[in-house]
Design a protein around this ligand. Structure first.
Ligand SMILES: Nc1ncnc2c1ncn2[C@@H]1O[C@H](COP(=O)(O)OP(=O)(O)OP(=O)(O)O)[C@@H](O)[C@H]1O
Ligand SMILES: [Mg+2]
Length: 69
């Protein structure tokens, strides 16, 4: 089994008003790894976390949540 706990491939998010908030995000988080997300206002941090937590639907995404620990 892979030690990747969160695998995100080409994740994009288009809001209902047509705004492209995320464009083809790729991210692997391994077991025991601590990830900090940094970025300016409007970079898409909250959008990405909301999708990972299942609070917002992704577009054109392959999102595998193998475990959140
Ligand atoms: N419901 C929405 N409809 C349309 N656009 C949105 C919506 N929510 C966020 N956006 C836009 O998507 C982009 C990313 O927003 P997001 O809130 O994810 O950024 P952020 O990195 O968390 O910003 P901040 O540092 O200010 O918290 C911004 O341009 C924002 O205006
Ligand atoms: Mg935010």
């Amino acid at each position: 089994m892979s030690d990747n706990q969160i695998v995100i491939n080409d994740l994009s998010k288009v809001y209902d008003n047509g705004f492209d908030a995320l464009k083809k995000i790729n991210l692997n988080v391994k077991q025991g790894e601590i990830l900090a997300m940094l970025g300016p206002n409007g970079a898409g941090k909250t959008t990405l976390i909301s999708i990972i937590c299942g609070m917002s639907p992704p577009h054109l995404a392959l999102l595998l949540l193998m475990a959140l620990i």
